[in-house]
Design a binder for this molecule. Sequence first.
Ligand SMILES: Cc1cc2nc3c(=O)[nH]c(=O)nc-3n(C[C@H](O)[C@H](O)[C@H](O)COP(=O)(O)OP(=O)(O)OC[C@H]3O[C@@H](n4cnc5c(N)ncnc54)[C@H](O)[C@@H]3O)c2cc1C
Length: 146
Amino acid sequence: MASRYRTDVLVVGAGPVGLFAALELAERGIKVEVIDGQWRTAARSYALALHPGSLELLDRHGLAEELVGEWPGVESDPAVAGGAPCIVRTRIPLWVLESYRRQGWTEARILANYPTLRAADLVQAWAYIAAHREAIDAAIEENEAA
Ligand SMILES: Cc1cc2nc3c(=O)[nH]c(=O)nc-3n(C[C@H](O)[C@H](O)[C@H](O)COP(=O)(O)OP(=O)(O)OC[C@H]3O[C@@H](n4cnc5c(N)ncnc54)[C@H](O)[C@@H]3O)c2cc1C
């Protein structure tokens, strides 16, 4: 039997825009429903950067600080590679990838050498390395000297 419900606003699409609109509406006491064609949440985040305008919006809800400085594609585990930052769900340290890049390896060659890596992992790796240049340089130097 078909059910009926009423809402003030129906948001179609639970992406960042739909969810943020729903949050803003709900905070103003407006009844809102969110529906999406997909039944599952996004499998992963592609975001590498947040625009100043997005950060301002998030800051209004106290979410900006929590997000800045987060690298979902990178993890450090003291038990893996001496705690060096690695591509998430792998044991591949970022300094190793950067070292190959400096030796002139193409992304295609790196991906062929590490079948568990995806192109998106490299995008995240290069962004993380650019933001942590000194630490990565130090790790490469340390390992070259060893
Ligand atoms: C590889 C990649 C990297 C990116 N990197 C960044 C970044 O670093 N920084 C940044 O700010 N932005 C980035 N973006 C852009 C960012 O992902 C988009 O701007 C953002 O997702 C747009 O949000 P949205 O809610 O408008 O749409 P979407 O995120 O596309 O969400 C739309 C939702 O609507 C649903 N939907 C669609 N049609 C229907 C329908 N007919 N019925 C029901 N549901 C429907 C979909 O299932 C989906 O959940 C990136 C995008 C890609 C692809």
